[in-house]
Write a protein that binds this ligand. Sequence first.
Ligand code: RB5
Length: 145
Amino acid sequence: MKIVLGSDHAGIDLRQWLVEQLTKKGHACQEVGAPDTSSYDYPDASDELVHVLARKDADYGILICGTGIGVSIRANRYPHTRCALCTTEYMAAMAREHNDANVLALGARVLGTEQALAIVETFLSTDASQVPRHQARVRKLDAPI
Ligand code: RB5
């Protein structure tokens, strides 16, 4: 899979570690956002990542900041971006199955690295539900307000 990972300064260590793990598993990873650990505004990472997805240069996005909250709020301002902040594998499975989320948000100051990887693996390996009621609800998520 082609995955774009973006973060601010608070998420860069987890981002780089996840890139190593996902690359070992055969995924093609692209990074956006903070270039190093100096202060970086998290909405900018979301903007960059959403544009990569809009160009169809990646299948899924992973956004990381301290809590995962700021990056997810910004990403969800964009149409056709369904960003889910997940703290458990169950949430990651449901985010894909019921919400057809295309972006996963993680909190680097909330999760341990192995916990984050387990959430990422669940997210990437779960398909969106084909059940019509779930598909109809996802269409409503993307409907104009
Ligand atoms: C940065 O200190 C922190 O505010 C940011 O990483 C994130 O947690 C915002 O939601």
